[in-house]
Design a protein around this ligand. Structure first.
Ligand code: ADP
Length: 262
């Protein structure tokens, strides 16, 4: 009897040990997952903060030049300071939203006019585009139903596509550098946004690769733009893809669901 009892005891100990081992493995895997997410989150933050920081710097420098100049116009300086405040606020929101998206997969879902978001982004990025000699055109379907999503995240997605398009056109000396942003209806209650450039284009066989985090072909690239976009678009239950243009350059597309009223 005692022997039998012993036997059970050992079995249980073994089982307990095995369970503890398994639990430890699970914790390790969960931890690795968190480290990977943290790595992606911090890389994403570094990537997303670059643009507002650059905008703040160039505005502050413009302000200094105004003050040093002969005709310091207070209205002009006020405009510049307002831009700086807006960019700084946006940077703050970007941090907050990205954190909650990566931590809990959470984001705000409200009814949004995608055309309005496109126009806001074009306005935000106007000065940067001008200094790079890039024109941004829009062809917007005015009859689109509102989409469902988070304004800051969706602005960010479009900014990332525009920045990539701009960078793909930087080495181009011939012909105008032009980005066309379009909005259209897509099937199954979806709306489609396209960002078309006439830059270097990409190898279509390589498409899965270029979306991977940390994949970049740029000397100073972080390889986070497309992967952030995929994360945000997937969280919105949309889809993202890209195609080479028949003549030159690339077009990146994404879809978003129409906002459900109930
Ligand atoms: P990064 O811009 O830091 O390189 P991304 O994830 O945004 O990171 O892009 C990854 C790569 O995808 C780029 O390095 C580039 O090779 C390619 N790519 C992205 N957008 C375009 C585009 N519009 N035209 C050509 N290649 C592109």
């Amino acid at each position: 009897k005692v022997k039998y009892y012993d036997g059970i005891l050992t079995d249980i100990t073994d089982l307990k040990q095995a369970n503890e081992e398994a639990q430890k493995r699970r914790e390790e895997i969960a931890h690795l997952g968190r480290v990977a997410t943290m790595g992606e989150l911090s890389a994403s933050l570094a990537h997303e903060l670059n643009q507002p920081l650059t905008a703040i710097l160039s505005n502050a420098q413009a302000g200094l030049r105004f003050i040093d100049g002969d005709s310091a116009d207070l209205c002009e300086i006020r405009d510049i300071l307002e831009d700086i405040v807006a960019d700084d606020r946006r940077a703050g929101k970007v941090i907050q939203r990205l954190r909650s998206l990566f931590r809990k997969g959470e984001f705000e879902k409200v009814s949004l006019d995608i055309n309005e978001i496109v126009q806001e982004v074009v306005k935000q990025i106007h000065t940067e585009a001008m200094t790079r000699n890039i024109s941004i055109e829009t062809t917007l379907d005015r009859s689109l139903a509102p989409v469902s999503g988070d304004r800051i995240h969706l602005q960010q997605v479009i900014i990332n596509f525009i920045l990539n398009a701009s960078e793909a056109m930087m080495d181009m000396d011939d012909g105008p550098r032009k980005i066309i942003i379009s909005t259209d209806k897509a099937d199954k209650n979806m709306v489609k946004v396209g960002i078309c450039d006439n830059g270097t284009g990409f190898d279509e066989d390589n498409i899965d690769h270029i979306i991977e985090p940390f994949y970049t072909t740029k000397p100073k690239g972080m390889g986070m733009g497309l992967s952030i976009n995929r994360t945000i678009i997937n969280a919105h239950l949309g889809r993202m893809w890209a195609a080479s243009n028949p003549d030159r350059g690339a077009t990146f597309y994404f879809t978003l669901p129409i906002h459900d009223e109930e």
